[in-house]
Design a protein around this ligand. Structure first.
Ligand code: ATP
Ligand code: MG
Length: 244
């Protein structure tokens, strides 16, 4: 569903991504981990068509993000790490706007928008301007917008920053359900517990290079080969990313 082939990105003299190759299958929740500055946001911005690669290709649901941008973008939704919303719209208006630009039928919007706002405890604020929403409320509204669209591929950059524990639990449950129904999810995260328990596949990037990729079972196997016996993802992550 997501195919990244020989992806390179250079900013001036700085090489941010080195020949990245990643395949994410339909229904997979793919956790993309790595230290600060490793290249996660750069990768997800290229996948979503916001940033041009220096070389390489990204195919989303069969559509090349560079050659067939509109179809690729229709297939995906991208939730950035800093939630952007239009401050002078209300929560309800914002979801209506998302629904309309993505051609969600009005009858569906009418029933689904209040239901989504309820799921994320936003009903009380549906007529408030978004400039008054907190960071976590904006993040939840963006997630609600994505659920309204129901795209085949979801790209998240640190999705749970700012969410309260109840919302994080809801978010995780929703992702699990969506993946079971075939939605493909690509998620950058620093929260190793979430990667360990939610993601069906994990990749670690360090200094722009993919250094490990596999299921949690695979990572545990690597850890088991090491003396010491601590096979938590935290320990594996710290070991793998300690090398310069
Ligand atoms: N527009 C830009 N111009 C110059 N350098 C950039 C630009 N965007 C990113 N970089 C550099 O590319 C590298 C990768 O950045 P990126 O934001 O992808 O890291 P990240 O893995 O998302 O980190 P974090 O965990 O802190 O979010 C960093 O060294 C960063 O300084
Ligand atoms: Mg980032």
């Amino acid at each position: 569903m997501i195919e990244i082939k020989n992806l390179n990105k250079t900013f001036g003299d700085y090489k941010a991504l080195y020949n990245l190759n990643i395949t994410v299958k339909p229904g997979e929740i793919f956790g993309f981990l790595g230290p600060n500055g490793a290249g996660k946001t750069t990768t997800v911005k290229i996948i979503s068509g916001i940033l041009m690669p220096t070389s390489g290709t990204v195919i989303i649901g069969g559509y090349d993000i560079l050659a067939d941008t509109i179809n690729a973008k229709r297939t995906l939704a991208y939730i950035p790490d800093e939630p952007f919303v239009y401050p002078k719209l209300t929560g309800y208006e914002f979801l209506r706007f998302i629904g309309d630009i993505y051609k969600v039928p009005f009858s569906y919007q009418k029933s689904e928008i209040p239901a989504l706002m309820k799921i994320f405890d936003l009903s009380k604020f549906s007529n408030e301007l978004l400039e008054a929403y907190s960071h976590g409320m904006k993040q939840k509204l963006l997630i609600a917008g994505v659920l309204l669209r129901n795209p085949k591929v979801l790209l998240f950059d640190e999705p749970t920053i700012g969410l309260d524990p109840k919302s994080i639990k809801k978010f995780k449950d929703i992702l699990s359900d969506l993946a079971k129904k075939g939605t493909t999810i690509f998620m950058c995260t620093h929260i190793l517990e979430m990667a360990q328990n939610l993601c069906s596949k994990i990749a670690i990037i360090n200094f722009g290079r993919l250094i490990a990729e596999g299921t949690m079972g695979y990572f545990k196997k690597i850890a088991a080969m090491d003396a010491g016996g601590d096979n938590s993802l935290e320990n594996i992550f710290l070991k793998l990313t300690s090398k310069k």
